[in-house]
Design a protein. Structure first.
Length: 445
């Protein structure tokens, strides 16, 4: 729950005065001039504007959160990759250096609710030692930009969380001690005032705050302005993009409705242009989500690429954002898919084993140069717990496809009751793809 402050003409409050003094003190710390012996990477401030300096030069993050396609990122005008853990960190840093890409390296930690872990001093010491070895090993790698200690970790108020804060500050101090050349951040879900309060009070040595923000991006400028009386430090957006499955329209049985890939590209461009606080003097850059292929409710929702490195219209939109230039060949574009003449908003119910036709409508009627793939899959979120993210694409029901030619497909509804989707992906001759899907529910009589 967010803490909302109401402005009224009331007598001076000692607590607010103390908070104001605290904020002034923090601001004074941030106004210090650059170090006499500049670090490899540091955040400097001049005339109220924060800037990352890397090897002595200003560095604005044009980034992506993802798992690969580093050369494609460079070619599109990006300069930074954000990753979440230390799995294959060395290989990622080497590949990034070869491509001219900087890396925000994630150090994953248990959520703050894992108090059994944080009360276990042996377990905390083991984690600290493991990350100390990681930091020592990679702190001098030229591709390293900064460390991110924890992803979307909640920072609560209650005294029972003291073991968590003690462990977190121990880890933070260790990183600063072992690697003074790189800043340390952490990521919050959206603009969360409670978390920011506690970071400033209880984790004062954090170098900057990062945000993972999707649908709430439209409110960010206002939130930053209204809360600047307390926190006016530098920030980075480590994940942003289209609305997540948790923020969109759903069918009657709870299946999120996914936009076509070209509609998503329009949303990426519009969201960045209209809502990204690029002119805020505290803004250090942003990382689009997701550069690569990721299964999250569907294998296409956030994926800017296919597993075989084909690019979406959204990846092309990012190139335009970063460079002002569009690629020579635009990705294919869809209008929508109809299943028996119905769209996803019609809550399509099918009987087991019945035969049905799906039809794809293109923005351009010429489909001779495109190759189409059709798939029927069970709903990922229904197979597992609602908030248990499945990293693997569900098994394709290949036997259900009876025929498919171009923009038309005939299939048999599954015999097992439950939620499903029919997907179509189109590939052009230039390494691009487009995708869309329609959810349906098989209901037994």
């Amino acid at each position: 729950m967010l803490l909302h402050l109401h402005t009224r003409h009331t007598p001076a409050n000692p607590v607010l005065i103390a908070l104001a003094l605290f904020c002034c003190a923090m601001a004074a710390c941030r106004d210090e001039p650059p170090p006499a012996n500049p670090r490899k990477v540091y955040i400097g401030q001049s005339e109220g504007r924060y800037t990352i300096f890397r090897d002595g030069r200003p560095f604005i993050i044009k980034g992506a959160a993802g798992s690969g396609q580093l050369q494609e990122l460079k070619d599109a005008g990006g300069n930074t990759m954000r990753i979440w853990d230390t799995v294959q960190l060395g290989a990622m840093l080497d590949e990034a250096q070869a491509a001219g890409i900087a890396v925000i390296a994630g150090l994953s930690i248990p959520v703050s609710e894992s108090l059994d872990f944080y009360r276990d001093t042996t377990a905390v010491s083991a984690l600290c030692l493991a990350y100390e070895q990681v930091v020592e090993r990679y702190k001098n790698h030229p591709a390293l930009l900064m460390w991110c200690l924890g992803n979307e970790v909640d920072f609560p108020y209650r005294p029972r969380f003291r073991p968590f804060y003690k462990a977190y500050n121990r880890l933070l101090d260790m990183i600063h001690d072992r690697d003074p050349d790189h800043p340390v951040t952490t990521t919050l879900i959206n603009f969360n005032r409670r978390n920011i309060y506690n970071l400033r009070w209880k984790v004062p040595q954090l170098d900057l705050i990062s945000l993972n923000i999707f649908g709430e991006l439209q409110n960010l400028r206002s939130d930053l302005r209204k809360f600047s009386w307390f926190w006016n430090g530098p920030f980075l957006i480590t994940e942003w993009g289209i609305n997540g499955p948790w923020e969109t329209e759903t069918t009657a049985w709870g299946a999120p409705v996914e936009s076509t890939s070209n509609k998503k590209a329009e949303q990426y461009l519009q969201r960045y242009t209209d809502y990204m606080p690029v002119n805020d003097p505290r803004f250090l850059g942003a990382c689009v989500f997701y550069w690569g292929q990721k299964q999250e409710v569907t294998h296409t929702w956030f994926s800017l690429f296919t597993p075989n490195r084909k690019a979406s219209a959204s990846a092309q939109a990012m190139q335009y954002i970063w460079t002002g230039q569009r690629p020579a060949h635009q990705a294919p574009a869809f209008q929508y898919m109809l299943l028996e003449g119905k769209g996803p908003g019609d809550n399509i119910l099918l009987s087991p084993g019945t035969i049905h036709t799906a039809k794809l409508l293109l923005e351009s009627p010429d489909s001779d140069s495109l190759r189409f793939e059709w798939e029927v899959l069970p709903e990922d979120w229904f197979i597992r717990f609602r908030y248990d993210v499945n990293p693997q694409k569900p098994p394709v029901q290949d036997s259900l496809l009876l025929s498919h030619e171009g923009t038309m497909a005939r299939f048999r509804a599954p015999s097992r009751e439950g939620p499903y989707r029919i997907f179509v992906t189109a590939y052009d001759a230039y390494g691009n793809f487009a995708s869309t899907n329609t959810p349906f529910y098989v209901i037994a009589p």
